[in-house]
Ligand binder design. Sequence first.
Ligand code: OGA
Ligand code: MN
Length: 199
Amino acid sequence: MIDYENITDTLTKDGIIILPNFLDAKTTESLYQYVSTLPADQFDSAGIGRDNNFQINHEIRNDVLLWLDGKEPCEQAYLAAMDELRSQLNEKLFLGLFDYEAHYSHYKKDSYYQRHVDAFEGRSNRVVTTVFYLNNDWSNDDGGELVIYQNNSNEMLHRISPTFGTLVIFLSENFPHEVLITHRDRYSIAGWFRTDRPF
Ligand code: OGA
Ligand code: MN
C-alpha cells in the first residue's frame, strides 16, 4: 500500500521524499521489459524535447527520451498511481496540480545529465518532479546516481542509486540535481506535475 500521508507530510516538511519499492514489483518489471526492448529509433535525443520543455538541455545531457502515451497496461498502472498521488497532493498541499507528463529516459553507458533545475520560477508550470527507477541489481560501481543539491549551494543533500522500484519526489523549483555518469544502461521515468496557475 502506498502511504500517501507519509508522502504529503514529508514533502511539506522537507520538499523531497525517497520511496523504495513504490509500485508492486510486477508492474515495475513490466515497465522495464517494455522500455528496455523497444527499438532504439523510438527514442528522441534529449536536446530535441517538446515545445513545453523549457529546460535548455543541449550539451548538458545525453540521455534519450520517450514520452509515455498510456497505451501499455504497465504504463496505465503507473499513470494511475501518479494520478492518485496528484489528487492527494492537491487535497493536502493545495498545489492545484492539473496534469502529469512523463518520459522514459535511457542513459546508455557513459551518459549523464549535468546539474540543472527542472523549473524556474516565472518560466514554467512544473511544480513537482518525480523520478522512478527500473534497474535491477544496481551496484555502487555502476555510477549513475541522482545527486540532489541544496538550492544555491554545492552542498549535496542526497546521492540516490537508480534502483529498481525507487521513486523520488521533490518540489521542482527547490532542488538542483544531476545524474552522474553511468557505467551501464540506466532506465528511469521522469515526470512532472503541472499547475495552470499563472506566474
Ligand atoms: C530529468 C532528470 C533524473 C534521473 O529528466 O530532468 O533529472 O535520475 N532525471 O533520471
Ligand atoms: Mn531533472
